[in-house]
Design a protein around this ligand. Structure first.
Ligand SMILES: C[S@@+](CC[C@H](N)C(=O)[O-])C[C@H]1O[C@@H](n2cnc3c(N)ncnc32)[C@H](O)[C@@H]1O
Length: 268
């Protein structure tokens, strides 16, 4: 990519289509047509094209304004990549694939995609802190509402066996891709929720929203082993009471609040 490109703005007073054809034949680059304005952009100098148009408009006796400017080319991909930040949470380093790994951390690669879960949101952040504390290689874990699969990946990187589910098909696919990207495997994955679980788990994680957590609270509890850990998140502090009421038969181990977002860790 060149450092600069040229932009030629042409405003003919009439015979618009003739000018469009002329400019198309003079430049190999795509042109943009707006109201009575034609814009040509090229990394080649467009002075000759401007000269040709001026000569034509003189000969045809059609007034035509032209403005030629040299502009700085912006590397949009580089700019976008610079805007995607890596993040450290406890033992984990979550980064896009183009960032260098950190050897003293547990690296998780998550590239930007449609599914939620890059590690930057308060809820994901708190869940990872809880995973860091409550998950180890002896645990089997269910991630309900897996999104990008980030929480399941964190659990897997600590040696746990992991199942994932999401009601959104895109998330189930993205999680599979992200596990492949990280050279990891999960045990089982399904489109749906906790009510489709066919076994019980030592740790169940659900970062969804308060109303859904309330709605699926019995399903989440049902798939927990005795002494199992339940991590629920995605709760705005104004909704915390109704969530706590639904899980009051469990022992509350921890409540983590970041800004207005609350995460709660329970034990069955
Ligand atoms: C806030 S995102 C969490 C993503 C990721 N686990 C994280 O912590 O960053 C919530 C996810 O839950 C999914 N979801 C919504 N309702 C659900 C339900 N009833 N059961 C399972 N997943 C659900 C959404 O499709 C979405 O991917």
């Amino acid at each position: 990519m060149s450092e600069y490109y040229y932009e030629l703005i042409i405003k003919p007073s009439g015979n618009f289509e003739i000018f469009v054809d002329l400019i198309s034949s003079l430049t190999g680059d795509a042109i943009e047509e707006l109201d009575n304005t034609i814009i040509a952009r090229s990394e080649e100098d467009l002075s000759d094209v401007e000269f040709g148009i001026k000569e034509f408009s003189k000969a045809a006796n059609i007034e035509c304004e032209t403005i030629l400017t040299k502009k700085e080319n912006i590397d949009w991909i580089k700019k976008y990549q610079e805007s995607v930040k890596s993040i450290e949470i406890d033992r984990f380093y979550i980064r896009p694939s183009w960032e260098k790994p950190k050897d003293d951390k547990i690296n998780i690669i998550i590239d930007p995609a449609l599914s939620f879960g890059s590690g930057h949101h308060e809820t994901t952040h708190s869940c990872i802190e809880a995973i860091n504390k409550y998950v180890d290689e002896k645990k089997n874990v269910l991630d309900v509402g897996t999104g990008s699969g980030i929480l399941a990946l964190a659990a897997k990187k600590l040696g746990a066996t992991v199942d994932v589910c999401d009601t959104d098909e895109v998330c189930v696919k993205d999680t599979k891709s992200n596990f492949e990207l990280n050279n990891e495997t999960f045990d089982n994955s399904w489109l749906g929720s906790a009510n489709n679980a066919t076994k019980k788990y030592d740790v169940v994680i659900a970062n969804i929203v308060a109303d859904v957590l309330v709605f699926i609270s019995n399903d989440l509890k049902k798939c927990l082993n005795e002494d199992g850990i339940l991590i629920v998140s995605g709760i705005l502090d104004k909704h915390i009471d109704k969530v706590l009421r639904k899980f009051q038969d469990l022992e509350q181990l921890e409540l983590i609040q970041k800004n207005e977002w609350v995460t709660v860790v329970f034990k069955k």
